[in-house]
Design a binder for this molecule. Structure first.
Ligand code: 13P
Ligand code: SF4
Length: 331
């Protein structure tokens, strides 16, 4: 590695991203599009990203779609405008590609809530259980799993497991509780949650719904069960997006990260979408602070310098690949 490259890597190590000033007059949108071509890079973007980044996507979607697309990419580089576990998943399913993430500190409260050391001890208590992990977990947790799922296919994954088998579901207790209700399977749950989906206020949602009797309330299954029980429809990010396109209502109160409203408004320009209210009025809690760590500046530097890169050991890749592939095989 040259001295210059070495210094750049050091910069990333300190901050998690390349903090290099960008010339003021630069048209970042144009430059990012140009760099994608020059570098033979594909930009995968989650619906929770800033709308400006969503507009630059080669592929825009939910966690399942991004994992599926990452496994099919032939280009040299994959840039993940999402969070760390999504970049790790891309590396696991397509290890020969250089996988870049604009900010390495773009983490996830669900992934953080499940440290591998604690999870190993937890797993030991149920030696015969099948371990199903939500994709929102670290690569190391995936190596301890039998099958991975996302919110789009979780029900299908649980239903694929023989009825006589005990199931551990981690790390999201809310999605877990929802799946227990939906499938009738009595699973052992890990006690993790998403800070964004747990921030919604049931009382305020109730009040807002009373003020807007023509609005349908819809929610992501990472939300608390009181909120899910009140929803007219529960679904993954893509599930919610598909629902508002086929449903006949004109107005929706949406309990998930606000980034999805951008695509909802694009797909249904005549409909009204209201973000569900959160408990703390002083915070922008329905925005995922981790997802929003990726900015246009960081994306530009990431493409230009091809850093930060997400790497995993061969051992982790080979062990984590199996449960992800089992999920992808289910379709
Ligand atoms: P989906 O992309 O599966 O809807 O999950 C939402 C989420 O919280 C991603 O971090
Ligand atoms: Fe994690 Fe929740 Fe952010 Fe998704 S929205 S990345 S689950 S913290």
């Amino acid at each position: 590695m040259s001295l210059k490259e070495n210094n750049l890597v050091k910069k990333v190590t300190n901050k998690g991203f390349l903090d290099i000033p960008i010339p003021k007059k630069l048209n970042l949108i144009k430059e990012i599009k140009k760099l994608k071509k020059e570098k033979n890079a594909v930009l995968l973007v989650h619906y929770y990203q800033d709308p400006l980044i969503q507009e630059l996507a080669d592929y825009l979607g939910d966690s399942l779609y991004l994992a599926q697309m990452a496994s099919k990419i032939n280009n040299d580089k994959i840039v993940m405008a999402g969070v760390h576990f999504m970049a790790e998943t891309a590396k696991i399913v397509n290890p020969s590609k250089k996988v870049l993430l604009p900010d390495l500190k773009a983490g996830c409260s669900l992934a953080d809530s499940c440290p591998p050391r604690d999870f190993k001890l937890f797993k030991k208590k149920y030696p015969n259980a099948i371990v199903v992990t939500y994709i929102n977990c670290s690569a190391e947790i995936k190596t301890l799993s039998d099958i991975v799922c996302t919110s789009s296919n979780a029900k299908k994954v649980i239903e694929s497991i023989p009825n006589d088998k005990e199931i551990i579901f981690a790390p999201d207790k809310n999605l877990g509780k929802y799946l227990i209700k939906e499938t009738g399977r009595n699973m052992i749950l890990w006690n993790g949650s998403c800070i964004v989906h747990e921030a919604f206020s049931f009382d305020k949602i109730l009040k807002l719904s009373n003020e807007n009797p023509d609005a349908k309330f819809i929610a992501h299954p990472e939300s608390d069960s009181v909120i899910l029980d009140f929803a007219s429809f529960v679904g993954s990010t893509t599930g919610l997006l598909n629902f508002v396109q086929r449903d006949l209502s004109k107005k929706y109160i949406v309990a998930t990260e606000v980034g999805i409203l951008h695509e909802m408004k694009k797909k249904c320009p005549d409909k009204i979408f209201i973000p569900a209210p959160v408990q703390d009025d002083s915070c922008a809690c329905s925005e995922c602070a981790y997802m929003k760590m990726n900015t246009l500046d960081k994306l530009y530097n990431c493409l230009l310098y091809e850093l930060p890169e997400v790497n995993l050991s061969k051992e982790i890749i080979s062990k984590a690949k199996k449960p992800i592939e089992r999920m992808l095989e289910l379709g």
